[in-house]
Design a protein around this ligand. Structure first.
Ligand code: FE2
Ligand code: FE2
Length: 149
């Protein structure tokens, strides 16, 4: 996921895939007998997603905004507001963690939001950022490494 030679787009896209995998584990848990593991799997997914959102908001987006001069009306403005919607759904899911069906229903809504959001990032924002931040990518990756796995 964070191989040292990965490009900006590869790095962040790898994070998206990792979150997808963790979501699939929740679904698999919900479908299994009893679904007892779902709350734990949810916390693992929520931690990975929350970490990814922070890496974008605290490191990637500020660097992109500084390099391009695109702040309030730019793509990161939209991405930040979609992150807030994701956090709202994560909170609702956490409240519902003991009700597996409700958690999975909310998760379907979250997943749709994430898929649309990730497509925009992978097809538009990350390629733009890769160009704008080519000279800074090594520094940025160092900052991202501080967020751990
Ligand atoms: Fe994002
Ligand atoms: Fe992302």
């Amino acid at each position: 996921m964070s191989e040292s030679d990965s490009s900006l787009k590869e790095y962040f896209t790898g994070e998206h895939r990792r979150c997808d995998e963790l979501w699939a584990e929740i679904e698999a848990g919900a479908e299994s007998e009893g679904g007892q593991d779902v709350a734990t799997r949810f916390e693992r997914f929520a931690a990975a997603l929350g970490r990814h959102l922070r890496m974008e908001e605290e490191v990637l987006f500020p660097a992109f905004e500084e390099a391009t001069g695109m702040h309030d009306a730019g793509p990161t403005f939209v991405m930040r507001s979609e992150h807030e919607q994701m956090r709202g759904l994560l909170e609702q899911m956490r409240d519902a963690a003991s009700e597996v069906d409700e958690l999975v229903d909310l998760g379907d809504t979250l997943l749709m939001l994430i898929q649309q959001h990730n497509l925009k990032e992978e097809n538009m924002l990350y390629p733009m950022a890769e160009q704008a931040l080519a000279a800074k990518w090594a520094d940025i990756r160092e900052k991202l490494a501080r967020y751990g796995e």
